[in-house]
Design a protein around this ligand. Structure first.
Ligand code: SAM
Length: 239
């Protein structure tokens, strides 16, 4: 399933995230030992640094990264957009519980066709979602389009690890333990078997950096987080 592309992949991904939306946060906390929260705060800080204005988090799921953006002093309004109403409802409830409803709009929408004019945002983020897109290049191009020239795009994503001792150690954990916990906690072995496979099929960090450059971003860079399992990429829109 991880090798699917286009409409078939979109349908598979939408079905999968509909099934696990209720256990999504708990699974993230278990799989990353809570570290995903720190990575998201870091992504938001990096995206907004030195800018001011509105921000968008694309494929925002249950909303943690959008809410991290909303807490940045540089950001005045935040949009969190996701394909699935089940995710958006959870994100909106979280925004309300955290007293951020006034500055955050959680909405349904398609990352491949964002319902905003070009240059609408100071910065755009995507967390753990580019890998799930039916067309990675098109999703990135949309993020770049809606950011103003000089604005920043930041991508937090699981990343294939360079071959070596670490990847040898992590591989059985990732391909064995994650589906096991997924079955135990979310009753979803299939969804959490897709996860490590989708990382194997995704661009490595250098190739993703190249894609950011050809998508119209300058000052492209990345750093690895989470013992090398995750990469945080960034770039500034040309023009
Ligand atoms: C792994 S979750 C990531 C959620 C959140 N960004 C996070 O970091 O926890 C991937 C999300 O992408 C969303 N998604 C998949 N395809 C999408 C699309 N074409 N447009 C918008 N969202 C999409 C799914 O509904 C799901 O909520």
């Amino acid at each position: 399933m991880a090798e699917l592309q286009g409409a078939e992949k979109q349908k598979y991904v939408a079905d999968l995230f509909s099934r696990i939306s209720g256990r999504y946060d708990l699974m993230n906390d278990l799989m990353t030992l809570g570290m995903h929260r720190r990575w998201k705060r870091r992504t938001a800080a990096l995206a907004a640094r030195g800018l001011s204005g509105p921000a968008i988090d694309v494929s925002s799921g249950t909303g943690d990264l959008a809410l991290a953006l909303a807490r940045r002093p540089e950001v005045d309004r935040t949009v969190g957009l996701d394909l699935l109403q089940s995710m958006v409802s959870r994100a909106a409830a979280k925004a309300k519980a955290q007293g951020l409803s006034g500055s955050v709009t959680m909405m349904t929408g398609d990352a491949l066709s964002l319902p905003f004019a070009s240059g609408s945002f100071a910065c755009a983020t995507a967390g753990f979602s580019l890998r799930n897109m039916p067309d990675v290049g098109a999703a990135l191009a949309e993020m770049v389009r809606v950011v103003q020239p000089g604005g920043r795009v930041a991508i937090l994503e699981l990343s294939p690890m360079p071959k070596g001792l670490r990847s040898t150690m992590f591989r059985p954990l990732f391909h064995g333990l994650v589906p096991f916990i997924g079955r135990l906690v979310a009753g979803e072995r299939a969804a959490y078997s897709y996860l490590p496979k989708s990382v194997d099929h995704f661009l490595d960090a250098d190739r993703l950096a190249e894609l950011l450059s050809v998508s119209g971003l300058d000052e492209v860079g990345y750093r690895r987080l989470g013992f090398g399992t995750v990469a945080l990429h960034w770039g500034v829109k040309r023009g």
